[in-house]
Design a protein around this ligand. Structure first.
Ligand SMILES: *Cc1c(COP(=O)(O)O)cnc(C)c1O
Ligand code: SF4
Length: 244
């Protein structure tokens, strides 16, 4: 994805206007087979302890950045204490207004949505968004719904991104069920990503024509706010590219 080329200091990808992606940790508890970060040299570039300083210094220096996106790996593999520490440091940077957390961990570990985490987001001066990564309605378990209900009581916005996967969610019926179940859990669909071409994931690939047809069918069947944006990542582009 040309991600390495946009790595401005170890652990920070600055590709899009106003937003910087902070690889707070290379660790992830899941290991999806289609993960585009599986082939990413994390040991060299995650902003681990010693590198946080350099990453924070970059954010401090670039006043154009008003949103920091904690990604990984999965940032919720960090303990609440580490996250508190990181948030405290980020809050000291005056031009940062928004915090985003990209995480799939709550899907397999709903208990990770701890009251401490919720309080921390609540008390933060940031406007926060938690972007989940859920691909199928069956992943939205009752414990996850309860965890999300905790987060919903504060001012954190809940969004979801999915990957379009052959044999998993590549039908209008499954995608509609996913959007509807997300909404019931207080989460709005944000992105539906075309699969990145990573080694060993070809059997999940949905061809673009079919993806566009599916997306069109969603637009005909769902209210606009339940239709995720169909996108792909293109190296060198200044935003995710809409597929149509
Ligand atoms: C996807 C991505 C973002 C966030 O993009 P949005 O369209 O704001 O969700 C930011 N930085 C990088 C490097 C990304 O890949
Ligand atoms: S949850 Fe995200 S970072 Fe973790 S393996 Fe899956 S796609 Fe990769």
């Amino acid at each position: 994805m040309g991600d390495l080329a946009t790595e401005v200091v170890p652990g920070v990808l600055h590709k899009y206007h106003g937003r910087a992606l902070f690889i707070a940790t290379g660790a992830c508890g899941i290991n999806c087979r289609y993960c585009f970060r599986r082939h990413y040299p994390f040991s060299d570039s995650s902003a681990n302890h010693s590198q946080w300083e350099q990453a924070l210094e970059y954010l401090q220096r670039n006043r154009e950045i008003n949103e920091v996106i904690l990604s990984g790996g999965d940032p919720l593999t960090l303990s609440d204490q580490r996250l508190t520490k990181l948030l405290d440091l980020l809050e000291k940077i005056p031009h940062l207004q928004r915090l985003r957390i990209h995480s799939r961990l709550p899907v397999i570990l709903p208990q990770r949505l701890t009251p401490e985490l919720v309080t921390q987001l609540d008390d933060s001066r940031f406007h926060s968004t938690l972007v989940l990564h859920i691909n199928h309605a069956a992943e939205i378990s009752n414990p996850l719904i309860r965890g999300l209900a905790l987060v919903r009581t504060n001012r954190t916005t809940l969004l979801n991104q999915s990957v379009l996967l052959r044999g998993v969610n590549d039908s209008t019926g499954e995608l509609i069920k996913l959007s509807e179940k997300l909404f019931e859990a207080g989460v709005l669909p944000y992105y539906l990503h075309l699969l990145d071409r990573v080694e060993g994931a070809a059997h999940f690939e949905v061809d673009e024509t079919h993806a566009i047809e599916l997306h069109k069918a969603l637009r005909l069947r769902l209210p606009g706010y339940l239709v995720p944006r169909l996108v792909r990542e293109t190296a060198g582009e200044k935003s995710k590219s809409p597929v149509r």
